[in-house]
Design a protein around this ligand. Structure first.
Ligand code: ADP
Length: 733
């Protein structure tokens, strides 16, 4: 206890006065004591206030104290650095005028009013994340805690505000990385993946529009895919981008390509090299950011992003995006390789199918064209036109196939392709032509025109058209088109040759039939008159004259036989030969032909041995044709045998009857055993030939045998004679 401030006065003995004085003294002492305590308290309060200020000043957060009308009362040092306003500047201003973004101001005012009226403040004393505004107008994310204190009728709000830009960005980068990884893991093709990657990056990093650029066949960057929020999509900027062809170093994507590094533009409308400035300004686009999609030095494309607000790239964005660019690059590369393999496999399957279809070739020329055009659609094209050069050298549309629509039939009066048309160019150079979608072809179509060349001749050209739904043709598409055109040209040429051969064949048969008929009439007259002369009509002839007449008769018969062969051949060729089957007595037929050939054999000094089965089997066949074949075989046997014998036998075997003609003649080399059955074919061709003939006999015989349901075979070896075996079924098929 401290010593009294007022010492006791000396005692004078007056008790009444004394006690009053004493009381005063006590009170004075009390007052003094209280004053001292107050002073101590004051000091403590001042100390506490100073400590509090120090605390507020040294706090890591911005601390802002406001009154009930949101006017700033306190603004610590951190608030100054965070928001860019000094305490002096901000004091007396409202939060709405300074740090609350415009779009939140109304909500803020309502919240304050509600608290003042009801005491309810749902956001009080809690940490919330919200956007705040810097003095320069840029927004940034903050963590905010607001406490309210009532002071009589006064209310004071204290806000603790922390900049969480870094944390938010780190979170966003992680989210972006995760989202992109997911997209890459879930999508199977590059075409599907790219727009989804753009979307994932826009949504996680807060961009409004993303565009992917990749190098085109002609070495410039083209916009390949895009994604945007509804507010910016379809408002002209993507179209402006799609129309761009950016060279290396040109525009934002071109620079990112050239420098292989990410780039950020705070405001594209003020940038000196931003070719789409007008379209960007029209849409209100402001900030842009682009990064390369690449694996090391291998460039695969550029991803470009836009925002209508002046957002900042933030720390770590560039490095995190370059890692992302590499991931996306790896994916694209892998998909490109897979795609190439898939396309190649599909192409191989397609061409195998083409070959198979064309192998079942039809002699019908129009049908071949139809099949070809149909094959190309839809695998190679949405429309396929086949143009052929006519006899006048003009190129005309011969056939066109399109989607599911009915084929365009070959127009008989098709107009020739006009001068200057790409088809003419292809015909002239023989080189394929790729006409890209941007070249003014109607409806965004692209085309490949390739020549149809077969056996060294250009027959015409083929056009493949890709509609707006299909990937536009590029230079590389010419390879598959050429491969297809090569096969198509061969099929067209084959069909054309086939048609020509058929026509020639028909003309030949017609010619032969007419000729033979015309020859037969005078020959009949010759034969008729020689017969009369030989018979001594009108008068008997002297022996030397008779011999001459007999020779004339023999030659006429031979000539008649040749004409019969030619006629039979042309009937067979024309498909007019028919079988008229009847019950045939084999023995009788054998005797008939024996009677005819016996004098010829005898004349050559050859023995003719005939051995027919007895009883003869019940054969049902065409007797005229059977006789013709047997006479031919026996005639040949005599013709090609100079000495020895001819053995003619018949016997049943299984359900057939066999007729064998064996000779001891010159024989036939093994390599010719099948050729002798070809029309006009003779073993010894040309002038060295001894025996006469047309080379038609065996060919006609074998075809007649087939017609009758049988076969005709030859067995021989040179020097040891030949055997011809005719096998006929007991009844025709
Ligand atoms: P052609 O007898 O009128 O020449 P063929 O079609 O009957 O015509 O015969 C074709 C060819 O087959 C003959 O030219 C001949 O070279 C050969 N050939 C046919 N029969 C015999 C045979 N018995 N011996 C040897 N060669 C034969």
């Amino acid at each position: 206890m401290s010593s009294p401030a007022f010492p006791h006065p000396p005692h004078d003995g007056r008790d009444g006065d004394d006690s009053a004085v004493e009381q005063l003294r006590v009170q004075a002492e009390l007052l003094l004591e209280q004053a001292a305590e107050l002073e101590v308290l004051n000091e403590e309060i001042a100390g506490a206030a100073a400590r509090l200020q120090g605390l507020v000043d040294s706090a890591l957060d911005a601390v802002v104290v406001t009154d009930s009308s949101s006017r700033v009362l306190e603004w610590n040092h951190h608030a100054e650095t965070l928001f860019g306003w000094t305490e002096a500047e901000v004091r007396g201003r409202t939060l709405g005028e300074t740090i609350i973004p415009h779009r939140f101001r109304q909500a803020h005012d309502q919240g304050v009013r509600r608290y003042l009226e009801t005491g309810e403040g749902p956001i009080l004393n809690r940490r919330i994340e919200i956007s705040a505004l810097r003095r320069d107008g840029r927004e940034f994310p903050v963590e905010l805690t607001v406490a309210a204190a009532r002071w009589g009728s006064e209310v004071v709000f204290t806000s603790f505000i922390r900049d969480i830009t870094d944390r938010k960005q780190a979170e966003a980068h992680l989210a972006a990385q995760y989202a992109v990884t997911r997209v890459l893991a879930e999508t199977s093709t590059a075409d599907d993946a790219v727009p989804r990657v753009l979307q994932a990056l826009c949504q996680t990093l807060g961009w409004e529009l993303g565009i992917f650029w990749a190098e085109d066949a002609d070495g410039v960057l083209c916009a390949k895919a895009s994604w945007g929020v509804p507010e910016v999509v379809g408002r002209g900027f993507e179209t402006a981008s799609e129309g761009m062809r950016l060279a290396r170093g040109q525009g934002l994507p071109g620079r990112v390509w050239e420098h292989a590094a990410a780039e950020w533009i705070p405001d594209v409308t003020r940038h000196p090299d931003f070719p789409r400035r007008e379209a960007a300004a029209a849409l209100g686009l402001c900030a842009a950011f682009a990064f390369p999609v690449a694996i090391g030095r291998e460039f695969l494309g550029v991803m470009e992003f836009f925002n209508r607000r002046p957002v900042e790239p933030g720390p770590g964005l560039l490095s995190s995006m370059s890692a992302m660019g590499s991931d996306i690059g790896q994916f694209l590369k892998r998909k490109q390789a897979e795609e190439a393999v898939r396309v190649r496999e599909e192409e191989q399957r397609f061409f195998a199918g083409v070959s198979a279809t064309l192998a079942e070739s039809t002699p019908d020329f129009a049908e071949t064209l139809r099949r070809l055009a149909r094959l190309a659609v839809p695998f190679l094209a949405d429309r396929c036109g086949i143009y052929l050069a006519g006899g006048d050298g003009e190129l005309r549309l011969a056939h066109c196939a399109q989607g599911n629509a009915a084929d365009e039939p070959p127009a008989a009066d098709a107009v020739p392709v006009p001068p200057g048309h790409p088809l003419r160019e292809v015909m002239r150079t023989g080189e394929p032509l790729v006409i890209p979608a941007t070249s003014g072809v109607a409806g965004g179509e692209s085309r490949v025109v390739v020549p149809l060349r077969a056996r060294g001749r250009t027959l015409g050209a083929l056009t493949l058209t890709a509609g707006p739904e299909r990937r536009p043709y590029e230079a590389r598409d010419a390879t598959a088109a050429l491969e297809f055109a090569g096969r198509a040209a061969l099929a067209v040429d084959n069909a054309r040759l086939f048609a020509q051969v058929e026509e020639a064949d028909r003309a030949k048969s017609e010619f032969l039939a007419t000729m033979s008929h015309e020859l037969r009439t005078p020959l009949n007259a010759i034969q008729g008159y020689t017969n009369l002369l030989e018979a001594g009509v009108p008068e008997p002839l002297s022996e030397p004259v008779l011999q001459y007449v007999r020779r004339v008769g023999l030659s006429a018969r031979h000539l008649g036989q040749l004409i019969e062969e030619i006629l039979a051949y042309s009937r067979l060729e024309a498909g007019r030969e028919t079988v008229s089957a009847a019950q045939v007595d084999v023995g009788e037929v054998v005797r008939e032909v024996e009677a005819i050939v016996e004098p010829l054999a005898r004349e050559k000094g050859l023995r003719l041995m005939v051995n027919a089965t007895d009883p003869s089997p019940p054969l049902r066949t065409d007797p005229r044709k059977l006789r013709q074949i047997l006479l031919n075989l026996l005639g040949n046997a005599i013709k090609f045998t100079d000495e020895g014998e001819i053995v003619f036998t018949t016997r049943p075997e299984g359900g057939d009857v066999l007729f064998c003609v064996r000779d001891t003649g010159i024989g036939i080399p093994a390599e010719h055993l099948e050729q002798i059955f070809e029309p006009f074919w003779q073993v010894e061709q040309g002038s060295t030939r001894i025996a006469q003939g047309t080379g038609l006999g065996l060919s006609v015989s074998r075809r007649l045998a087939h017609l009758m349901g049988g076969t005709l075979q030859a067995e021989s070896s040179p020097g040891s004679g030949s055997t011809f075996i005719l096998r006929l079924p007991l009844a025709p098929p």
